[in-house]
Write a protein that binds this ligand. Structure first.
Ligand code: HEC
Length: 183
Protein backbone atom coordinates (compact mmCIF):
# COMPACT_ATOMS: atom_id res chain seq x y z
CA UNK A 1 0.00 0.00 0.00
CA UNK A 2 2.59 2.40 1.13
CA UNK A 3 4.84 1.82 -1.81
CA UNK A 4 1.98 2.32 -4.30
CA UNK A 5 1.07 5.56 -2.60
CA UNK A 6 4.64 6.74 -2.82
CA UNK A 7 4.90 5.78 -6.44
CA UNK A 8 1.71 7.61 -7.23
CA UNK A 9 2.80 10.71 -5.42
CA UNK A 10 6.09 10.86 -7.28
CA UNK A 11 4.17 10.37 -10.48
CA UNK A 12 2.00 13.36 -9.66
CA UNK A 13 4.97 15.37 -8.53
CA UNK A 14 6.61 14.70 -11.85
CA UNK A 15 3.50 15.76 -13.71
CA UNK A 16 3.31 18.97 -11.69
CA UNK A 17 7.00 19.65 -12.20
CA UNK A 18 6.61 19.16 -15.92
CA UNK A 19 3.70 21.59 -16.07
CA UNK A 20 5.67 24.14 -14.08
CA UNK A 21 8.66 23.70 -16.29
CA UNK A 22 6.47 24.32 -19.32
CA UNK A 23 4.99 27.45 -17.79
CA UNK A 24 8.41 28.82 -16.85
CA UNK A 25 9.77 28.04 -20.30
CA UNK A 26 6.78 29.65 -21.98
CA UNK A 27 7.20 32.80 -19.85
CA UNK A 28 10.88 32.86 -20.71
CA UNK A 29 10.14 32.66 -24.43
CA UNK A 30 7.54 35.44 -24.14
CA UNK A 31 10.08 37.60 -22.29
CA UNK A 32 12.66 36.95 -24.98
CA UNK A 33 10.24 37.92 -27.74
CA UNK A 34 9.36 41.10 -25.87
CA UNK A 35 13.00 42.16 -26.15
CA UNK A 36 12.58 42.68 -29.91
CA UNK A 37 13.05 46.37 -30.77
CA UNK A 38 9.53 46.63 -32.22
CA UNK A 39 8.21 46.39 -28.67
CA UNK A 40 10.24 49.35 -27.47
CA UNK A 41 8.01 52.33 -26.77
CA UNK A 42 9.06 55.59 -28.32
CA UNK A 43 11.43 57.57 -26.14
CA UNK A 44 10.43 60.86 -24.61
CA UNK A 45 12.23 63.20 -26.99
CA UNK A 46 9.44 65.49 -28.04
CA UNK A 47 10.52 68.00 -30.62
CA UNK A 48 7.97 70.59 -29.63
CA UNK A 49 7.81 74.32 -29.08
CA UNK A 50 10.81 75.32 -27.03
CA UNK A 51 9.58 78.71 -25.83
CA UNK A 52 6.96 77.42 -23.45
CA UNK A 53 9.10 76.02 -20.65
CA UNK A 54 8.15 77.14 -17.15
CA UNK A 55 11.18 79.46 -17.15
CA UNK A 56 9.86 81.30 -20.21
CA UNK A 57 6.92 82.70 -18.27
CA UNK A 58 7.60 82.47 -14.55
CA UNK A 59 10.40 83.63 -12.32
CA UNK A 60 12.35 80.52 -11.34
CA UNK A 61 15.52 81.19 -9.30
CA UNK A 62 18.58 79.49 -10.77
CA UNK A 63 19.06 77.04 -7.89
CA UNK A 64 15.45 75.89 -8.18
CA UNK A 65 15.78 75.53 -11.94
CA UNK A 66 18.74 73.26 -11.31
CA UNK A 67 16.88 71.20 -8.70
CA UNK A 68 13.86 70.72 -10.95
CA UNK A 69 16.08 69.89 -13.87
CA UNK A 70 18.09 67.29 -11.98
CA UNK A 71 15.26 65.75 -9.95
CA UNK A 72 12.11 66.16 -12.04
CA UNK A 73 12.69 66.80 -15.75
CA UNK A 74 13.35 63.14 -16.61
CA UNK A 75 9.65 62.53 -16.01
CA UNK A 76 7.98 65.94 -16.08
CA UNK A 77 9.29 67.34 -19.35
CA UNK A 78 9.37 66.71 -23.08
CA UNK A 79 12.92 65.44 -22.92
CA UNK A 80 14.15 62.56 -20.80
CA UNK A 81 17.84 63.33 -20.59
CA UNK A 82 19.26 60.13 -19.21
CA UNK A 83 17.61 56.83 -19.87
CA UNK A 84 19.35 54.14 -17.79
CA UNK A 85 20.66 51.01 -19.56
CA UNK A 86 17.92 48.87 -18.00
CA UNK A 87 15.39 50.99 -19.85
CA UNK A 88 16.03 48.71 -22.83
CA UNK A 89 14.77 45.66 -20.97
CA UNK A 90 11.10 44.77 -21.20
CA UNK A 91 8.83 45.18 -19.39
CA UNK A 92 10.93 47.83 -17.62
CA UNK A 93 10.56 50.31 -20.46
CA UNK A 94 6.77 50.00 -20.45
CA UNK A 95 6.72 50.57 -16.73
CA UNK A 96 8.97 53.63 -16.98
CA UNK A 97 7.17 54.94 -20.01
CA UNK A 98 3.91 54.74 -18.06
CA UNK A 99 5.47 56.88 -15.32
CA UNK A 100 6.67 59.47 -17.81
CA UNK A 101 3.30 59.59 -19.54
CA UNK A 102 1.37 60.03 -16.29
CA UNK A 103 3.91 62.50 -14.97
CA UNK A 104 3.65 64.68 -18.06
CA UNK A 105 -0.12 64.58 -17.92
CA UNK A 106 -0.05 65.78 -14.34
CA UNK A 107 2.66 68.38 -14.88
CA UNK A 108 4.88 69.18 -17.85
CA UNK A 109 7.58 71.76 -17.12
CA UNK A 110 8.40 71.97 -20.85
CA UNK A 111 4.87 73.21 -21.58
CA UNK A 112 4.11 74.96 -18.34
CA UNK A 113 3.90 78.37 -20.02
CA UNK A 114 0.91 77.15 -22.08
CA UNK A 115 -1.23 76.50 -18.99
CA UNK A 116 -3.98 79.09 -18.51
CA UNK A 117 -3.43 81.10 -15.28
CA UNK A 118 -6.08 79.13 -13.36
CA UNK A 119 -4.40 75.85 -14.27
CA UNK A 120 -0.94 77.23 -13.51
CA UNK A 121 -2.11 78.35 -10.06
CA UNK A 122 -3.38 74.82 -9.37
CA UNK A 123 -0.11 73.28 -10.55
CA UNK A 124 1.88 75.60 -8.27
CA UNK A 125 -0.40 74.57 -5.43
CA UNK A 126 0.21 70.88 -6.22
CA UNK A 127 3.94 71.57 -6.44
CA UNK A 128 3.89 73.20 -3.04
CA UNK A 129 1.99 70.26 -1.59
CA UNK A 130 4.24 67.51 -2.92
CA UNK A 131 7.36 69.40 -1.87
CA UNK A 132 6.00 69.90 1.65
CA UNK A 133 5.18 66.19 1.78
CA UNK A 134 8.46 65.29 0.05
CA UNK A 135 6.42 62.81 -1.99
CA UNK A 136 8.20 63.55 -5.28
CA UNK A 137 10.32 62.24 -7.00
CA UNK A 138 8.72 58.79 -6.81
CA UNK A 139 10.36 56.52 -4.24
CA UNK A 140 11.13 53.86 -6.85
CA UNK A 141 13.00 56.50 -8.84
CA UNK A 142 15.04 57.66 -5.87
CA UNK A 143 16.29 54.13 -5.23
CA UNK A 144 18.17 54.23 -8.52
CA UNK A 145 18.80 57.97 -8.92
CA UNK A 146 20.93 59.30 -6.14
CA UNK A 147 21.28 62.70 -7.80
CA UNK A 148 17.52 63.25 -7.45
CA UNK A 149 17.57 63.02 -3.65
CA UNK A 150 16.82 66.54 -2.47
CA UNK A 151 17.79 67.86 0.94
CA UNK A 152 15.19 69.16 3.39
CA UNK A 153 16.39 72.64 2.55
CA UNK A 154 15.93 72.14 -1.18
CA UNK A 155 12.43 70.74 -0.64
CA UNK A 156 11.58 73.77 1.49
CA UNK A 157 12.98 76.25 -1.03
CA UNK A 158 10.95 74.76 -3.87
CA UNK A 159 7.82 74.60 -1.67
CA UNK A 160 8.17 78.28 -0.67
CA UNK A 161 8.84 79.40 -4.22
CA UNK A 162 5.80 77.45 -5.49
CA UNK A 163 3.57 79.04 -2.83
CA UNK A 164 4.83 82.54 -3.62
CA UNK A 165 4.37 82.05 -7.35
CA UNK A 166 0.89 80.63 -6.81
CA UNK A 167 -0.05 83.78 -4.89
CA UNK A 168 1.37 86.02 -7.62
CA UNK A 169 -0.58 84.17 -10.30
CA UNK A 170 -3.78 84.36 -8.25
CA UNK A 171 -3.32 88.09 -7.76
CA UNK A 172 -2.96 88.49 -11.51
CA UNK A 173 -6.12 86.45 -12.10
CA UNK A 174 -7.98 88.69 -9.61
CA UNK A 175 -6.79 91.92 -11.20
CA UNK A 176 -7.70 90.71 -14.70
CA UNK A 177 -11.17 89.86 -13.42
CA UNK A 178 -11.52 93.26 -11.81
CA UNK A 179 -10.36 95.09 -14.92
CA UNK A 180 -12.76 93.16 -17.15
CA UNK A 181 -15.74 94.09 -14.97
CA UNK A 182 -14.51 97.70 -14.88
CA UNK A 183 -13.21 98.11 -11.30
C1 HEC B 1 9.99 58.80 -11.99
C2 HEC B 1 9.22 59.85 -12.55
C3 HEC B 1 8.96 61.08 -11.73
C4 HEC B 1 9.87 61.98 -11.23
C5 HEC B 1 11.38 61.93 -11.36
C6 HEC B 1 9.11 63.02 -10.61
N1 HEC B 1 7.78 62.76 -10.71
FE1 HEC B 1 6.24 63.97 -10.16
N2 HEC B 1 4.88 62.63 -10.83
C7 HEC B 1 5.19 61.43 -11.42
C8 HEC B 1 3.97 60.73 -11.77
C9 HEC B 1 3.89 59.37 -12.42
C10 HEC B 1 2.91 61.58 -11.38
C11 HEC B 1 1.42 61.35 -11.61
C12 HEC B 1 0.66 61.13 -10.37
C13 HEC B 1 1.11 59.93 -9.62
O1 HEC B 1 1.13 58.82 -10.20
O2 HEC B 1 1.42 60.09 -8.43
C14 HEC B 1 3.52 62.76 -10.79
C15 HEC B 1 2.81 63.82 -10.27
C16 HEC B 1 3.37 65.00 -9.81
C17 HEC B 1 2.63 66.15 -9.39
C18 HEC B 1 1.14 66.32 -9.44
C19 HEC B 1 0.51 65.88 -8.19
C20 HEC B 1 -0.95 66.23 -8.17
O3 HEC B 1 -1.53 66.00 -7.13
O4 HEC B 1 -1.47 66.71 -9.19
C21 HEC B 1 3.53 67.09 -9.00
C22 HEC B 1 3.23 68.49 -8.48
C23 HEC B 1 4.85 66.51 -9.16
N3 HEC B 1 4.71 65.23 -9.66
C24 HEC B 1 6.02 67.15 -8.87
C25 HEC B 1 7.28 66.60 -9.05
C26 HEC B 1 8.50 67.31 -8.72
C27 HEC B 1 8.58 68.72 -8.18
C28 HEC B 1 9.52 66.45 -9.02
C29 HEC B 1 10.99 66.69 -8.79
C30 HEC B 1 11.39 67.12 -7.48
C31 HEC B 1 8.95 65.24 -9.54
N4 HEC B 1 7.58 65.36 -9.54
C32 HEC B 1 9.67 64.13 -9.99
C33 HEC B 1 6.45 60.94 -11.70
C34 HEC B 1 7.64 61.58 -11.39
Amino acid sequence: MRSIFLKNSTFFEHAIMKTWLKIVLALFVVLLILQLPIFNPEKNYVDADTDVDITDKYEVPMNIQMDLYVACYNCHSNYTENYPWYYNIQPVSWWMNGHIKNAKQALNFSEFATYPPETAAKKFEALHKVMEEQSMPLKSYLLLHDEANLTDEQYQQIADWAKETQKTVEKEIDSTKKSTIGL
